[in-house]
Ligand binder design. Sequence first.
Ligand SMILES: [Zn+2]
Length: 318
Amino acid sequence: MRKQWFIVLLVSMCSIACVESDSDSPNAELGNTARGLASTSRAASATFDAQRAFAILEKQCEFGPRPPGSAAHKETQSYLFTELQKHANSVVLQPHQYKTETVTLHLNNILAEFGPPRSGETLLLAAHWDTRPFADRDPKPENRDKPILGANDGASGVAVLLEIARVLKAHPPPRRVVIVLFDGEDYGRSVENMFIGSRFFARNLGKWKPDYGILLDMVGDKDLTLPIERHSWNANRGFTEAIWRRAATLGLTPFQHRLGDAIMDDHVPLIEVGIPMVDIIDFTYPYWHTLEDTVDKCSPKSLEVVATLVISIVYDGL
Ligand SMILES: [Zn+2]
């Protein structure tokens, strides 16, 4: 992802509305329905195993840096595909080639489908599974051509979604959920050669289009700070604020109800084709695009915080 600098404006946001259900109220039936969904959401949240998610983060890092074209990239793709097959209705690769000035990349998005078949609402859950080929933000100049491990920048979002895949199998969701793991997000030195997989995905949707989606990127660091990402808010303000209000209702304090930076990331190509997308990203991570983006900088608790929010949206809706 890339940061876009804007003058930070403080904005006032609407306060959180708490609605209490009341069995004597005219909305008693609705309240009971909401309680039923909430109990499923609680059961699903309890099924999410933060240690298991963290082990998935570690497993990806054990392959080493995972930039397109590397052996580790191939091994990781195989691992992710196999793991998703254990839980999803179906898993497919979305292969595509991308030519730079010097090389042709062979990339694959990985898509996994859960829940009821193609009818009703579809929620897209996204992350990128490739890692950056060079640590161009490393404080040591001699490291800046070396590939990063991407414990947070890459592996964290994938870890949350793979563990959620297991939860979705145990607790079938009330809406269709598609997990997409994008390739080629972090490839280029400039934005022209980044977000390759998400751009391909957005261009090749055909008649199908998810109703809304959540992108996870850099969600595993120990000191998790998640302000509202500005591109998400600019494009779909009501949707984005609903996500952060839900986080507040759930008591997830790393989600900060204030506007943060505008980050170029995989959600932007999808927003451009009309899909409401929210990017959940911690851009205060000091090890971003350095060789220090390693497992010890991440925590199971952070993965769990983000998973709790996503699971609530999956089972309770917006
Ligand atoms: Zn990155």
